[in-house]
Design a protein around this ligand. Sequence first.
Ligand code: UD2
Ligand code: MN
Length: 373
Amino acid sequence: MTRLMLGRTLERICKAVLLLCLVHFLIMMILYFDVYSQRFDIFSRFNNGRNSSSSRTHPFYNLSRPNATFAGYLGTMNHIPSAHPEANVTSTAKPVPPCPEVPSGLVGRLLIEFSSMMTMERVQKENPNVTEGGRYSPPDCRAKQKVAVIIPFRHRDNHLKYWLHYLHPILRRQKIDYGIYIINQLGEDTFNRAKLLNIGYVESLKEDSYDCFIFSDVDLIPMDDRNLYHCYDQPRHFAIAMDKFGFRLPYAGYFGGVSGLSKKQFLKINGFPNEYWGWGGEDDDIYNRITLNGMKVSRPDVRIGRYRMIKHERDKHNEPNPQRFNKIQNTKNTMKRDGISSLTYRVVQVKKYPLYTNISVEIGKPPPRPMKG
Ligand code: UD2
Ligand code: MN
């Protein structure tokens, strides 16, 4: 009899354990798909918010979103940001206070992934508060600087979607007053990143009185929103710890990826060189310009300046520039004549999209190489 009872109890315990395992497995599956696929928008059924910012109240839902953090997922955050401040703004004419040095809505480390499909429609839905041309200013405080974010571009539409998906919410949380400018090189001649950045400087200033210019590759996403996209006392290098370099600065004078200069700093170095055609060297030239003009590069903490780069092959017509090693030896001589003061180009079209302004330009081609011998 007692044996029978013992057997039954054991059977019940086994059943309960099995059931628990099943429930656990189901939860893991749901989380797995939400994190790695995003296409299975399972949690959105429990979330009535229209945009990504309102989804921030659910830490799990957040994980694969631009607001996602490891800390939030692990429950180690000391706070989860409340609903987006925009929602509480009324139209009373009260003057807004200056924005705080360290915005309170930052979430820290972010989970960045590029495996899910991204569409522009989705990114637009996520960012209803961004106005035409990719403009935004914090509704509840006055930012000290107006920031133009400038992206050199050609045939990277897929990367641009991810960039917008991640960066708009980050910049919003950082309380940046900003505009996004895509400088699109027309034609198939050799790519010229630094010249496009110079054009971005001139063209964005035609749109507004920007104080600060942040130059970003289209494939680079910050992994921490404490890496604040504004200008500093010295020219700023933001992308200091990239996945492709093992999250370390590849060399002391590295200035590639994402950088930021105030108007004054930019003009002090005569802008960027226009004569680097093809891949490489232009970032080192800019670094030389900064140090030769008595400035220092400022950088965030290595734990904060982390970036993920979307994997890609080298583009066509952006082959490594064989002249780059020679050219970077000569910055001291060339910087006065080659720069913003000697910039020539032709704007073919300025088009305002909901999340960015596209400026398509003709920039010419490299001068013919001198004949050998
Ligand atoms: C590195 C630097 C980059 C620059 C470049 C040398 C990093 C993360 N970045 O990038 O700042 O110094 O070397 O020139 O180390 N682009 C297009 N279409 C093209 C070619 C380039 O849109 O056909 C743009 C795009 O924004 C891209 C950027 O130019 O992100 C840099 O080119 P890349 O990504 O091919 O070069 P990469 O990753 O070696
Ligand atoms: Mn790249």
